[in-house]
Write a protein that binds this ligand. Sequence first.
Ligand SMILES: [Zn+2]
Length: 242
Amino acid sequence: MGKLDALWEYQQSELALDALESKLRATPARQKLNKLHGFLSEQQAQIGGIKKQMEARKAALTRLSAQFGELEHKYELEVSEICAMENDPECTAAEMTESRKSLENLMDQLNAARRDIYDTITWIEKATKDYKDTFTKASKAKKEYDAARAACEAEIAAAQPELDAAKAVIEQRKTAVDAALLKRYAAVKSHHAVPMAMVEQEQCSGCRMSLPTVVVRKVMAGDGLVECENCGRILYFPSAGK
Ligand SMILES: [Zn+2]
């Protein structure tokens, strides 16, 4: 077996582990878990948003109530002032009209403040309901999430012997590979998930680029490292008699 054959075998063992791991990532339980994870994050963000808005509105309500109290107090003062003016013979009609106008204005302000308070309370009530609904939905999803996670953990546990065996094959095959080749392989792997490509019909099977005859010959001779000029993968042709 040539140096590149050993590297190829090593790659095959890595691919076998990748296949096992991607199979575990694609199970129905795992897909369900991913979906629930997304849903839960969304719900949590929503709950956080509602909570923040509710706090702001509650603070606004406190402010509005204080303002309303002040207006009410002012209104009462002006009412008693007008009563006093009505009994005061020196008070002119113009002064009375002025005071009544001011009282009407205060009345308008009170009504507006009352409406604001009412709207804010209505908003808070609706938000409280939304909050509860979202919370209930999220709690239900959390239970489903926990169940799905347990199922995934069981799947991984069941697959562990197979995973360990695949890892052991990788380690064992690694020892047969030339150190310099392994280093090059790792460098190519940072660009390509599958760093080695078989030469098929004078093409690189990684990128499908036609290879010059001289390159094909060099690869077939199997005595050195040849990379595809186009994609950079390590080109491979199985040794004769293998
Ligand atoms: Zn290529």
